[in-house]
Design a binder for this molecule. Structure first.
Ligand code: IMP
Ligand code: MG
Length: 483
């Protein structure tokens, strides 16, 4: 038996080296490594690479594991990959009884009993992890551990050589300079985007630190006997939000077919959260970052008043009343975000009847021209450890700004973290952040005033109004609904 195993391991390593020494893409090499471990060990295998923060998932492949297990368990790199944090193998004999296992009930449903995790070490740092899952209790031997470690080293070499190749390409004159590590990882996670808009969208997600995986899963929609006759592969999966996103850059009129597929998918897979981002919604998202066809849309003026000063006052007083009650005896810190909160927070604190502190936080926006990295242009000054924090926003739209800010604050160990926003544009949400205090829920229209701007105009209006924007040509042609 031992000899058979040794031969199987040798063969697996040989295949991985052959792939490594070919023109196969990094993604393909990693998948070859995964498949061959699975075959040699008769087990399910997953491989994840982390980005440079070593918290976020940059790429994953797997073999022989059920999809529902991958979605929940393996992707949550941040919390569950103990071997990555320690740089040591993690051997778990009985998944059901080990407190290190994050989703024991999922593991049970997938029939997983034992698990081996080996870090992928690159220049002394853990760059990711390979995990082996078995459906029967297995005692992993030193030989097993050294085999998976060898395969993990090959994965590290694949990563390194892809990095070198990238460096050579970058060195050519006229090429833009990007951090080498980032470029190599980008290659691993997304060899081919089907459309440039998908790549731009991925960059926006990167900027807001929203984890994503490109086309990770195909959903069978129709069968004939045992044969699948129709499939649907959403463009993105956002593991942190457990959400699939399908971008559609087609004209509105031809989206009908896609909508039908999506309805079908929701019927067959009711547990799957999926959203369709239409072309005009997507263009508006891009326009916020100064790119795309709607980037220079001009404002025609206020179309109508949505909330009068009196209505706003009544609502803000009510919110202040609730906050005063909920935080009695706790002296909360109110943290204003960006600039849209200015009028709202100024009024809110005057109606709050308990002692409080105020602070502010500002982050940079994604810039399409330089693919800038996410940064805080002004961080908080107060220490929030052990304090009750209320983040105050003017409006929550996609939720990505707030999501980044909450992720930024979470490690600071506040006693509690809540959000208070004057306006909630719920229909446009991508990152589903919890909102404890909401003034008004607004429709999908661009609103200004009472602190909110359009290109730095209209902030000082005493009411909230709907802005009339010049109608973009593309929408007219597509015969899109108007409001
Ligand atoms: P999110 O990251 O998509 O939730 O965007 C939130 C930010 O976008 C807010 O802080 C506003 O600056 C801006 N924003 C989104 N929708 C509107 C709007 O209708 N009027 C004014 N600003 C908006
Ligand atoms: Mg703004």
């Amino acid at each position: 038996m031992a000899i058979g195993k040794e031969q199987a391991y040798y063969k697996a390593a040989r295949r991985a080296v052959t792939a490594l020494n070919s023109d196969a893409s990094l993604k393909q090499v990693l998948h070859t490594i995964v498949r061959n471990i699975a075959r040699a060990m008769e087990a399910g295998v997953s491989l994840v690479l982390l980005d440079s923060s070593r918290k976020k998932l940059a790429h994953s492949s797997s073999w022989g594991l059920p999809q529902f297990y991958l979605r929940k368990g393996v992707l949550d790199a941040d919390k569950s990959l103990s071997e990555v944090l320690t740089g040591q193998p993690a051997v778990i004999g009985d998944v059901g009884r080990d407190s290190r296992v994050q989703y024991p009930e999922m593991a049970a449903k997938a029939g997983i009993v034992s698990m081996l995790g080996i870090p992928i070490m690159s220049s002394g740092l853990a760059a990711g992890s390979i995990r082996v899952y078995t459906r029967e209790p297995r005692e992993f031997t030193n030989q097993d551990i050294s085999f998976v470690t060898t395969m993990a080293n090959l994965a590290a070499v694949a990563l390194g050589s892809s990095l070198l190749r990238e460096e050579k390409e970058e060195a050519e004159p006229g090429r833009s300079q990007t951090p080498v590590e980032g470029a190599a990882l980008r290659k691993a996670r997304s060899v081919t985007f089907a459309h440039p808009s998908e790549e731009e969208f991925a960059r926006i997600l990167d900027f807001y630190d929203v984890e994503w995986i490109y086309e990770p899963r195909s959903f069978p929609l129709r069968w004939e006997a045992d044969r699948i006759t129709e499939m649907f592969t959403p463009d993105f999966y956002l593991p942190g939000l457990d959400l699939y996103i399908e971008l559609t850059t087609l004209k509105q009129s031809s989206v009908t077919k896609k909508n039908r597929k999506l309805r079908h998918l929701r019927q067959l897979y009711p547990e799957v959260k999926i959203m369709l981002l239409h072309k005009n919604e997507y263009d508006r998202l891009l326009a916020r970052y100064g790119c795309g066809p709607l980037a220079h849309t001009r404002a025609r003026g206020i179309r109508r008043v949505l909330y009068s000063p009196a209505e706003i006052e009544e609502r803000v007083r009510a919110l202040a009343g609730r906050i005063s009650k909920d935080y009695a005896g706790r002296r909360p810190i109110l943290v204003g975000v960006q600039r849209g909160f200015i009028c709202f927070m100024a009024d809110l604190i005057r109606y709050i009847t308990i002692p409080l502190d105020v602070d502010f936080i500002t982050m940079s926006y994604y810039s399409a021209s330089d693919h800038s990295m996410f940064k805080f242009t002004k961080d908080m000054e107060l220490n929030i450890a052990g304090r009750h924090v209320i983040v105050v926003e003017g409006i929550v739209d996609t939720g990505m700004t707030l999501n980044s800010i909450l992720n930024h604050l979470r490690p600071r160990r506040a006693a509690s973290l809540a959000v208070c926003t004057l306006l909630d544009k719920r229909v446009r949400r991508i990152a589903d952040v919890p909102l404890e205090y909401v003034g008004f829920e607004v429709e999908d229209e661009f609103v200004v005033g009472y602190g909110l701007d359009y290109e730095e105009e209209y902030r000082n209006l005493p009411f909230v109004g709907v802005l009339e924007l010049e109608k973009p040509e593309s929408e007219d042609r597509a015969g899109s609904h108007k409001k």
